[in-house]
Design a protein around this ligand. Structure first.
Ligand SMILES: Nc1ncnc2c1ncn2[C@@H]1O[C@H](COP(=O)(O)OP(=O)(O)OP(=O)(O)O)[C@@H](O)[C@H]1O
Ligand SMILES: O=C(O)C1=C[C@@H](O)[C@@H](O)[C@H](O)C1
Ligand SMILES: [Mg+2]
Length: 178
């Protein structure tokens, strides 16, 4: 693999879950920008938002993404807001193929409602907030190189298999799955 594959999309779309499965199948490194930010700060994303605010988090996110994308080629999962910054889109374009995990609101809500780890959803109406974010971000996510349409009833394994097939059709040098 010559370039990174960079997963983008909403919270709960499966960037981490499908990205890590993809890396496992392709025998390439997997890196998650949220996890890297948390380990560098020795704090959870919720704690970083609460203590230092979102703008601080976005700066860290851009720095961490730059470090990851300048490192060994692999699968990179980003945080849901990373693609919203023009500087990150340029960086991702320069180093990899962006893949939008496009997922409907119902599925996203079903997945994120069980966990309270996403600070942007700590609002009086988290479902409404999720819907607004999807509306605002959808057209920007759609600028990714590849759109992968998630199916609500796919398992993570089935989604990874479909994604590999789709990537093989757009990336001529895509590696064989061993
Ligand atoms: N077919 C599927 N595809 C993706 N995730 C699935 C699927 N089925 C169940 N899940 C579950 O849904 C959740 C998806 O969340 P995940 O953390 O991967 O999303 P994310 O896009 O990385 O979100 P965030 O932007 O908050 O990091 C996981 O708990 C995963 O196990
Ligand atoms: O959608 C977003 O803006 C976010 C998604 C998560 O991955 C984290 O990066 C953080 O909770 C912000
Ligand atoms: Mg994630």
């Amino acid at each position: 693999m010559k370039r990174h594959i960079v997963m983008i999309g909403m919270m709960g779309a499966g960037k981490t879950a499908i990205g890590s499965e993809l890396a496992r199948r392709l025998h390439v490194p997997f890196t998650d920008s949220d996890a890297e930010i948390e380990s560098a700060a020795a704090m959870s994303i919720g704690e970083i938002f609460a203590r230092d605010g979102e703008a601080f988090f976005r700066d860290r996110e851009a720095q961490v993404l730059s470090r990851i994308l300048n490192g060994p080629v692999g699968i990179v999962s980003t945080g849901g807001g990373a693609w919203m910054q023009a500087r990150n889109r340029e960086l991702i374009r320069a180093h990899g193929l962006s893949v939008w995990l496009n997922c409907d609101l119902e599925t996203l809500w079903h997945r994120v409602r069980q966990r309270s780890t996403r600070p942007l959803l700590k609002t009086p109406d988290p479902r409404g907030t999720l819907a607004r974010l999807l509306d605002e971000r959808g057209p920007v996510y759609a600028r990714a190189d590849v759109t992968f349409n998630a199916h609500a009833d796919d398992s993570i394994e089935a989604a990874a298999t479909r994604l590999i097939e789709q990537l093989r059709s757009v990336v001529p040098e895509f590696p064989e799955v061993k």
